[in-house]
Write a protein that binds this ligand. Structure first.
Ligand SMILES: [Mn+2]
Length: 297
């Protein structure tokens, strides 16, 4: 059992000295195809122990990375989501009120995509300011409900819309009629660069609407990446984002807006496919570096 991101390499600073707060959320309520996301956070933590600490520019670890204990995943949806919301809010306040507010970035490890909703609620609660979501994903996740469940992974972006949070999605290539209908009904709140728009041309930048909020939550569903990068996920789709393309696009977001929190979700580890676990861990670490430099840390 690995307890912290980067394992022994991480000197283990106190929470108030860490910029990045890793919150393992091994939550898996709804499964539509392949299961296993409950084991995602642990697989990412174990893989992270093998990672070289230089990210190509500097050493993100030097900003302080604190890993919280996993959020309890047993109980009804309301209980589990409330615990995660509380954990994210606590991480955001870890450096104290006032100047410290927003001085940390929660990094939530899923778990299924449904967990983004309580994370977004926590960010809204603590910041008390508008945020937007940039969603890297193969799927729209905009259905009102899925298998009669309004809190399904396939409805998570729709629930975020209900909170008044606009969404810009990147890499989508699998849409249900309900997803399309939501896009048509809410053009003011839903914008997108689908895979067909960016992958064949190796497009590297994210074009946010001009009025998109200054503070941004990034949710990265690993199925947004091409299955040649990560295939250990519940509902893989061909034709996804390339590795460098995805990182460039995250950096593009960070250059335009302030990334206040992010999650990496939907890794469903497969025994023997440790390259996928490692890619997810590396994605988390590279995103930390991008965010740290953009924030001037
Ligand atoms: Mn998703």
């Amino acid at each position: 059992m690995s307890s912290q991101f980067l394992g022994e390499e991480n000197p283990g600073v106190a929470p108030e000295h860490a910029r990045f707060h890793v919150i393992p959320a091994p939550i898996e309520r709804t499964v539509s195809y392949g299961g296993g996301t409950a084991r995602g956070p642990e697989a990412i933590l174990v893989a992270s122990e093998q990672m070289e600490l230089f990210d190509g520019v500097d050493v993100p670890l030097e900003r302080g990375i604190y890993t919280w204990l996993p959020v309890p995943a047993d109980g009804d949806t309301e209980t589990v989501f409330a615990a995660l919301q509380e954990a994210v809010a606590r991480a955001m306040r870890a450096r104290g009120a006032g100047a410290g507010l927003g001085g940390t970035v929660p990094v939530v490890l899923g778990g299924e995509h449904a967990i983004t909703l309580p994370c977004v609620r926590a960010v809204l609660e603590v910041l008390g300011a508008p945020i937007g979501i940039v969603q890297f994903d193969a799927h729209g996740d905009l259905r009102d409900r899925y298998h009669d469940d309004p809190f399904s992974h396939a409805s998570v972006m729709r629930r975020c819309l209900d909170l008044g949070v606009p969404i810009h999605s990147v890499g989508v290539r699998a849409l249900s009629p309900d997803d399309l209908q939501t896009r048509r009904e809410r053009p003011d709140m839903v914008s997108y660069q689908d895979a067909i728009d960016v992958v064949p041309t190796a497009h590297q930048t994210v074009e946010l609407p001009p009025d998109f909020p200054e503070r941004v939550y990034v949710t990265f569903d690993v199925d947004g990446l091409d299955p040649s990068v990560i295939s250990a996920t519940g509902t893989p789709e061909p034709g996804g984002l390339g590795w460098y393309q995805a990182l460039s696009m995250v950096a593009s977001v960070a250059a335009q807006r302030r990334i206040v929190a992010f999650d990496v979700v939907e890794l469903a580890p497969v025994s023997g496919h440790h390259a996928d676990d490692f890619a997810a861990a590396r994605l988390v670490y590279q995103m930390m570096g991008i965010v740290a430099r953009s924030r001037g840390w």
